[in-house]
Write a protein that binds this ligand. Sequence first.
Ligand SMILES: [Zn+2]
Length: 242
Amino acid sequence: MAVYLCHEFPELSEHDARVIEAEPGRVLLDRSAFHPGGGGQVSDTGWIEYGGGVVPVTGVETVAAPTGEDQVWHLLGDDVELSGQVQLRVDADRRSRVAQLHTDSHILNALVIERFPGTLVTGAQINADGTGRMDFDLSQVDNDVLRGLDVELNGIIGRGVEVRSTYVDAAEASTTEGLVRSLSVAPPPTPDGTLRIIEIDGVDRQACGGTHLSNTGQSGPVRISKVENKGKRNRRIRFELV
Ligand SMILES: [Zn+2]
């Protein structure tokens, strides 16, 4: 994982960029604030303004290049072939919904681990429509206990807890218990061997490459809509912004 522009400048939603390579319907740019998705989180969408008008960006596709550096292609809503200088605009509403739910998923994760120490995350999905889910390796638990966690979750949202991102040495992180929760949602290290850590002050600290809020108070209230048994050992918690 590269250090994304959206990690360094989370508030940046509009900027200039230069076309590096283009095909009808897709474009590679010299820089982009779009989050490419990953770890269960959907990518950003938005718009590109160019000399001939505006074209929607419907998604982002990361392609491993032979040189080793990933290429981040922006997928366009029509078959236009872009060139020269363009202006990018991230769909800020979608980004906000995803960042709220993603941050809330870390809180939920912390609450589950507090109740059931050592629980592993087996999957996560953060959608653009204001819904998400987390899967936990949990057996023999009362689903009503999980369903009731949204009371505390909303309490932490309401307290307005600071959320920070830092980078730690990847080798060191791998030996710190609880920092890398799940191979399926953890980001790979950056090229310089560091790992991005998201810390919700006093609540949760884990490796993650997604987009988050800078304070839990920026999230709207959340409801746990459903707890499902997925196999003998797995519980799927569905949650949504209300
Ligand atoms: Zn995260």
